[in-house]
Design a protein around this ligand. Structure first.
Ligand SMILES: CC(C)(COP(=O)(O)OP(=O)(O)OC[C@H]1O[C@@H](n2cnc3c(N)ncnc32)[C@H](O)[C@@H]1OP(=O)(O)O)[C@@H](O)C(=O)NCCC(=O)NCCS
Length: 150
């Protein structure tokens, strides 16, 4: 059974190694190095929600929460744990947390060729609000901007 833990700037170091490894596994060419993680904690009040099984990190979602708006920066689940609803549980738990903090909007950006992620966001009724044509390179594709009112 999965359980969840929220990390902020002061507690990130406890799972720093596991998170940076999983980030690399999920986002091989666009993973964040430690400096980038720390800068995001500093500048965007980043929070990281972990899905754990017996203290093993299965997945994470990194999001900001400033005033009434949140941005989901990235979500990643271990390859061997995908399609078992961990990603959905992470999004639902994040939404529950944000609703308790008077957040009313969540924004995110995703590559248009990332069908798994798009399906996951659509299941939560994120609405497509903008498309940046050919925004990403190698391979080229659009950036899709989604918003969820919570
Ligand atoms: C996108 C990502 C986070 C999804 O995580 P996940 O844990 O596989 O997501 P879920 O299992 O909750 O849902 C994915 C699909 O599995 C289905 N699913 C959930 N539980 C299931 C089960 N027990 N059996 C079969 N399918 C199941 C979900 O319904 C969903 O499919 P559907 O939308 O077609 O119905 C994961 O694929 C990933 O880490 N990708 C790489 C990183 C990435 O691209 N992140 C997004 C951009 S930031």
């Amino acid at each position: 059974m999965n359980h969840f833990k929220v990390l902020s700037k002061d507690s990130f170091h406890i799972f720093e190694k596991e998170i940076t490894q999983l980030d690399l596994e999920c986002f091989s060419t666009s993973n964040w190095d430690l400096d980038q993680w720390l800068t995001l904690f500093q500048n965007y009040q980043l929070k990281v929600l972990l899905a754990l099984r017996e203290e093993i990190v299965l997945g994470f979602v990194a999001f900001s929460n400033i005033e009434n708006e949140s941005e989901l920066f990235k979500i990643g689940v271990k390859q061997t744990e995908r399609n078992l609803s961990t990603g959905s549980q992470l999004i639902q738990t994040m939404i529950d947390l944000l609703q308790n903090q008077n957040t009313d909007k969540v924004f995110l950006e995703v590559r248009s060729d990332n069908q798994n992620a798009i399906k996951l966001y659509s299941n939560f009724h994120f609405k497509l609000i903008n498309r940046r044509k050919n925004y990403y390179q190698n391979p080229m594709c659009d950036a899709l901007i989604y918003r969820l009112e919570i």
